[in-house]
Design a protein around this ligand. Structure first.
Ligand code: OGA
Ligand code: MN
Length: 317
């Protein structure tokens, strides 16, 4: 009671939060689970929200992948949380959720409630998501982060795997680093989709998303650490013959995603993971999609200048 009088309730809330917030590593090298702080605390517009955001933002810059467990996820909460980090993307043309802040990943036909067949567009999309990638590298405005919430998870499979493009850059042999450091890479949505089915990227999608060119590494402006910026969308390297470029991209992707260094997340409904698209790759894993539903909802935050965008822009450095 005495405490109540000395500290007004708001101040107590802030102190409690600061005492409670903690992180637990997901792997020895990258990724962290957040303890004592969830989406609602970060979304809170008050002083406690500012403190929660500052804590989570620092963890994001440091650990690249953040896990929140046992969230009571609503669309509004996910949007309010995500907005703390920047401007949200609008889901791309011809995707489920087009025009909203949500990319919807599901094998359930929303009109009928039935599971979609393997040749359905959403099944092929799920297959394309099973290629190692970072989100939105093919866009004119790339993404800082993605926030993926698990609504319905299958009993087996359907994990998401993560790799650190930052640690991959740092453990690259010096000779290779010197060889690739100044390359510029073309990222094209049609390229990654083309690996699954020739017309998976429609004319409308191709028109809306012409290829984008980025330097091969992204420098984090907070800690100065560099990361590869590669993805399944990357299909060509500026000034390099195609066959040589494809072979080099495959070699680098294998290095980045070496299974000795990845984290596999087995989802539970109520999990939310935020990843740094500047410093990681991820891929979905298959599941018995003819038998089990999976529903995931993603918000994506655009990168701004303060997120180090200039470091990936081709040009003078
Ligand atoms: C994504 C993605 C993989 C998955 O949401 O960007 O690639 O496991 N998801 O659903
Ligand atoms: Mn993705």
């Amino acid at each position: 009671m005495l405490d109540q009088r000395v500290n007004p309730p708001k101040r107590n809330r802030l102190i409690d939060l600061e005492r409670r917030m903690d992180i637990r590593p997901l792997t020895p090298r990258f990724g962290a689970e957040l303890i004592g702080v969830g989406l609602a605390e970060v979304a809170d517009p008050g002083a406690a929200g500012d403190a929660a955001y500052a804590f989570v933002r620092a963890a994001f810059e440091e650990h690249s992948i953040l896990l929140f467990r046992n969230e009571t996820i609503t669309d509004d909460l996910q949007v309010a949380y995500s907005r703390r980090f920047g401007t949200l993307e609008t889901a791309k043309v011809a995707s489920l959720g087009e025009g909203t802040p949500f990319s919807i990943l599901t094998n359930v036909d929303r009109a009928t409630g039935a599971l979609v067949p393997p040749d359905h567009k959403e099944s092929l999309r799920a297959k394309a998501n099973q290629l190692w990638h970072t989100d939105s590298s093919f866009k004119a405005q790339p993404a800082l982060a993605s926030v993926l919430s698990a609504h319905t998870v299958p009993p087996t499979g359907g994990e998401t795997e993560f790799a650190s493009q930052r640690l991959a850059w740092e453990r690259l042999p010096e000779s290779m680093r010197a060889r690739v450091a100044d390359l510029c890479v073309w990222h094209d949505y049609a390229h990654s989709r083309g690996q699954i089915a020739p017309h998976l990227a429609s004319t409308r999608e191709r028109d809306a998303m012409p290829p984008a060119r980025w330097r091969i590494r992204w420098r984090n402006p907070v800690n100065g650490r560099e990361a590869f910026y590669l993805a399944s969308h990357a299909g060509a390297i500026e000034g390099m013959p195609d066959a040589e470029a494809r072979a080099l991209l495959a070699e680098l992707t294998a290095h980045i995603t070496d299974p000795a260094y990845t984290y596999t997340h087995r989802w539970r409904a109520g999990d939310v993971i935020m990843w740094d698209n500047r410093a990681t790759m991820h891929r979905g894993r298959p599941w018995p999609a003819g038998d089990h539903a999976r529903l995931m909802m993603r918000t994506t935050i655009s990168a701004s200048e303060s997120d180090g965008l200039a470091s990936v822009r081709p040009g003078v450095h």
